[in-house]
Design a protein around this ligand. Structure first.
Ligand code: CA
Length: 238
């Protein structure tokens, strides 16, 4: 078996076992961890390409697994959550999960998400897209796309992967309005069918990290009913 390695962290065997077999049939190489301890052990041993992570585990919380993994890896994480509240989803995304699905889910749905996340996170070789690696500069903001690093007035701004992708999407279209639908499709996935609240949450985090004020924006302007427009540095002189 040579397909992408998927670490499935799930203690309910009635879900985990049939789902692992389904992953195998779909060409993935699954491994199964029913506890936090086993998840961290397998993660270190197998270096999976993607982690599917249940939140309620017998020996702890799936979010602790995510934090531990994020401390030294950017591997994509999809959270499997039975908790349907917005807060739990937001916390999941905040600690670095790339996506989440709410139980009960269909295997087909999760497999579509896995494929989408793997496609998004596969970093293109720089020589494939030469004009993508040019730094983007708008006034005191500098986005080094080759290194995926962002500087504001010379100081580095630490962004999550999603915040970074969102910033690049906005800044590379500076001065023009991008619709919410286009942002969702380009930064998340065309097949995304989650709440667009996710977009607002990420815009909020990005604004905070850029020191921006939604009411009087320097960088990200909300265009009501349409989407967002990034400052192009061509604003009128004071
Ligand atoms: Ca569970």
């Amino acid at each position: 078996m040579g397909g992408p390695r998927i670490l499935l962290v799930e203690d309910e065997m009635s879900i985990a076992e049939p789902f692992a077999r389904m992953l195998e049939r779909e060409g993935f190489t699954p491994s199964l961890a029913p506890t936090v301890a086993r998840a961290l052990e397998l993660f270190a041993a197998e270096e999976p390409d993607l982690v599917l992570l249940d939140l309620n585990l017998p020996d702890g919380d799936g979010r602790d697994v995510a934090r531990e993994i994020r401390a030294h890896s950017r591997v994509p994480i999809i959270m499997l959550t039975a908790r349907g509240t917005e807060t739990d989803r937001v916390v999941g995304l905040e600690i670095g999960a790339d996506d989440y699905v709410v139980k009960p889910f269909s295997a087909a749905e999760v497999i579509a998400r896995i494929r989408a996340v793997l496609r998004r996170t596969a970093e293109p070789a720089p020589q494939d897209e030469p004009d993508e690696v040019e730094p983007l500069e708008i006034d005191e903001l500098r986005i080094d796309r080759a290194a995926r690093r962002v500087f504001l007035g010379g100081a580095e701004v630490e962004l999550s992967r999603k915040e970074y992708d969102l910033l690049v999407e906005l800044a590379s279209h500076a001065g023009i309005v991008i619709s919410r639908d286009d942002l969702m499709a380009r930064v998340w996935d065309v097949n995304w069918f989650g709440s667009t609240k996710t977009l607002d949450v990420h815009i909020g985090w990005l604004r905070r990290k850029l020191g921006d004020d939604a009411a009087n924006p320097r960088w990200i302007e909300t265009v009501r009913g349409v989407g967002f427009r990034f400052a192009d540095g061509q604003g009128e002189a004071p």
